[in-house]
Design a binder for this molecule. Structure first.
Ligand SMILES: [Zn+2]
Length: 182
């Protein structure tokens, strides 16, 4: 970018600092922009309004938006309605227990538009659930919603195989994928 020349699109990316503890400057779609970190205490409206006053913000991208609070989702709707800046939020719908994240709950309720990014289960069905596996690879569906720096793994599966894995307490349903399960 040349000096004193503004980019055509100014992105304001918000990255959840619980998930990504360092500053990120490039997005997955190849655009580069300063990324600011947020947590549950960040006042998103005043932060974005202040940034917008310095240099027009054309778009706000929020990653890991499932971690937004109810107040922050409301604040982002004010950014859209009062500052006239589009806000795009990317996040998960449900946690490994099959419960809505708070951020996702209010985004589902208040967003103008919902776009489902499809992931496929091993069986070919839409993967709408997330299984949490412990350090031994056993699925479990209880405990804290957010664990940072643990040894768990997460895999995306369809609802049917989520239920089977939880009921069996193992990944047999997933490993036995070659044999169709009815
Ligand atoms: Zn499946």
């Amino acid at each position: 970018m040349q000096r004193n020349k503004r980019p055509a699109v100014t992105l304001y990316s918000l990255i959840n600092r619980n998930v990504l503890p360092s500053l990120c400057v490039s997005s997955r779609i190849g655009l580069s922009s300063p990324a600011l970190l947020y947590n549950a205490e960040t006042s998103l409206y005043s932060d974005i309004a202040a940034e917008h006053a310095v240099q027009p913000v054309h778009c706000v991208l929020v990653d890991e938006s499932q971690f937004l609070t109810r107040e922050q989702v409301k604040a982002l709707s004010d950014v859209v309605d009062d500052l006239d800046i589009p806000v795009l939020c990317y996040g998960l719908r449900t946690d490994f227990r099959g419960e809505l994240f708070v951020g996702s709950q209010y985004l589902l309720a208040w967003a103008d538009k919902l776009v489902e990014l499809k992931t496929i289960c091993h069986c070919g069905r839409k993967a709408s659930m997330v299984l949490r596996l412990d350090s031994e690879g056993k699925p479990f569906s209880e405990g804290e919603q957010v664990v940072i720096g643990g040894n768990e793994r997460y895999i995306s599966v369809c609802r049917k195989h989520y239920k089977q894995a939880i009921e069996q307490g193992s990944l047999q349903a997933i490993h036995g994928a070659q044999t169709p399960l009815n």
